[in-house]
Design a protein around this ligand. Structure first.
Ligand code: CAA
Length: 258
């Protein structure tokens, strides 16, 4: 599939997807959505890739669903297409870790795409928001659900009901983003972090991601039980033997399953 709205590359075990519709601030038309899904599937299937980065430009990660494309749809259209979530949820289903590197606007579906990733690194100019209310709609790609879980009801409710944007500092304070990076360094830093993850044992990063995600899907006692069972299972892995032997021998581990 030749891409028109995204760029893809790989670097040191990292699959990088750059949203690239600069004239529309990376707004998601159907083509862009299909391309991101396709690229994520390809990186997921590529054994040389251990982690992915999704990013945009310095001005916009993405300004949300393409309002011009969406405006004339009717109820039957959106129901038949299962509009917005049908293929976007694929990003949240990948087993490999995905980092969102967000500079500039991450609005509507742009904010929701970032929320589907495993964590968000924010450029110091990042602005997050769910402005759908101001165009007579509401978040349609998980915004009301993930925001409420990640930053709490009060802030999520305020953002969705008023459409106000949150800057990078507020986003870091409330746990929406893991860290703020000067915007000019964001892409390189995200790739560096992703390379670090890609160089760990692949089965263990997969299980770690699954365990953290379990925290949002189950009770604390079930989650802790799940984590303990997974923790026990790593003692069957060569990479656990290698990691702990390397520590004892004061050398860097060389994980076999990368
Ligand atoms: N859809 C389609 N086109 C968009 C767009 C969008 N979401 N956001 C920006 N654009 C286009 C603009 O129409 C403009 O194109 P033209 O030059 O052809 O008119 C171009 O991108 C640049 O945008 P602006 O001139 O508006 O740039 P700005 O710097 O003045 O403002 C902005 C930036 C505040 C992000 C503003 O563009 C804006 O408010 N965009 C809409 C944001 C929004 O409402 N997003 C939610 C969409 S609904 C959704 O996402 C549903 C869901 O849950 C999945």
């Amino acid at each position: 599939m030749a891409y028109e709205c995204i760029l893809t590359e790989s670097d040191g075990g990292v699959g990088i997807i750059t949203l690239n519709r600069p004239d529309a601030l990376n707004a998601f038309n159907q083509k862009l959505m299909n391309e991101v899904t396709d690229a994520v599937h390809k990186f997921e299937a590529d054994d040389s890739i251990g982690c992915m980065v999704i990013t945009g430009s310095e001005k916009a990660f993405a300004a949300g669903a393409d309002i011009k494309e969406m405006a004339s749809k009717n109820y039957i259209d959106v129901l038949k297409e299962d509009f917005i979530t049908a293929n976007w949820e694929e990003v949240s289903k990948t087993r490999k870790p995905v980092i969102a590197a967000v500079a500039g606007y991450a609005l509507g579906g742009g904010c929701e795409l970032a929320l589907m990733c495993d964590f968000i690194l924010a450029g110091d100019n990042a602005k997050f928001g769910q402005p759908e209310i101001s165009i007579g709609a509401l978040p349609g790609a998980g915004g009301t659900q993930r925001l409420a879980r990640f930053i709490g009801k009060s802030k999520a409710m305020e953002m969705c009901l008023t459409g106000r944007m949150m800057d990078a500092e507020e986003a870091e304070r409330c746990g929406l983003v893991s860290r703020i990076v000067p915007v000019g360094e964001l892409r390189a830093e995200a790739i560096e972090v992703a390379k670090k993850i890609a160089n760990f044992s692949r089965p263990i990063t997969t299980l770690t991601k699954e365990s953290v995600n379990r925290a949002f899907e189950t009770t604390l006692s079930e989650g802790v039980r799940f984590e303990r069972r997974v923790f026990h299972s790593v003692f069957a892995f060569e990479d656990q033997k290698e990691g702990m032997a390397a520590f004892t021998e004061k050398r860097k581990p060389v994980f076999k399953h990368r």
